[in-house]
Design a binder for this molecule. Structure first.
Ligand SMILES: [Zn+2]
Length: 59
């Protein structure tokens, strides 16, 4: 299973219909809307991959 980087939903890469390749990595999406959002600004959604899973502090 892969994770939709937009909505964090689990998607099955074998049956998923929406995918996008960015910098050599394939990303999978649950819906065309998620793919569209990703395609418009992929850096926002993949930028944190090597910085640990830093969740912003909730206030
Ligand atoms: Zn989605």
């Amino acid at each position: 299973m892969a994770i939709d980087p937009i909505c964090k939903m689990m998607v099955d890469e074998k049956s998923v219909r929406y995918r996008s390749e960015y910098k050599g990595t394939t990303y999978y999406f649950c819906a065309p809307g998620c793919k569209k959002i990703f395609d418009e600004s992929p850096e926002i959604y993949i930028g944190g991959e090597n910085r640990g899973n830093s969740e912003e502090e909730h206030k």
